[in-house]
Structures are given as structure tokens and as C-alpha cells.
Design a protein around this ligand. Structure first.
Ligand SMILES: [Zn+2]
Length: 95
């Protein structure tokens, strides 16, 4: 954070506001489960092996992890919505 940004915050919230109060005012009480509050996460990117080479089709695509801004919380790390994991129903079993 830059000095002028802090100055702007002070002007907006008054110098005596605590960081906790400012955070509450932000209206994002829920920690984002995808980036765990950091605003960034390692996005899985599939890099396809180039076509037209002698070993194309034999060599598997490579998978890279790229540091990406979290799109679930817009990079805030916290959200105004509470996210829960999606449960996928997968067949039935006898209890
Ligand atoms: Zn997030």
C-alpha cells in the first residue's frame, strides 16, 4: 500500500478509525475458500503439446500452475457471500 492510499483512507474514515472498523465497513465478512483470504490462488493451466510434431499425440499435455487473481472474490480475499463446497452426487450405495 502506498502512502497516498493511506492518506486517502484517513480522509475517508478519519484518522482514529481502526483497521478492524474499516474492514467491517468493507462489507466482506466471509473468507474466500478458493484463495483462503489471500486474493490469489494457483490456477491450473493445461498447456497442450504442440501439434504437427513427430511425437504429437504421444506426449501428454503439461499442466502448469499460475498465480492468478481469484475470480471468486475478485482478488479481495474476502467476500460478501458465503461460499460452500459444491457436493456432487455420485451414484448410490447401500447403507
Ligand atoms: Zn478468493
Amino acid at each position: 500500500m502506498k502512502a497516498y492510499e493511506i492518506k486517502k483512507l484517513i480522509k475517508f474514515y478519519s484518522a482514529s478509525a481502526t483497521l478492524g472498523e474499516i474492514f467491517e465497513d468493507f462489507g466482506r465478512p466471509y473468507e474466500c475458500p478458493q484463495c483462503e483470504g489471500t486474493g490469489f490462488y494457483q490456477k491450473k493451466v493445461v498447456v497442450p503439446y504442440p501439434r504437427g510434431l513427430p511425437d504429437s499425440g504421444w506426449v501428454p499435455d503439461s499442466i502448469e500452475y499460475k498465480r492468478s487473481q481469484c475470480e471468486l472474490c475478485d482478488g479481495h480475499g474476502y467476500s460478501d457471500k458465503e461460499y460452500k463446497p459444491k457436493m456432487v452426487q455420485d451414484g448410490w450405495q447401500e447403507n
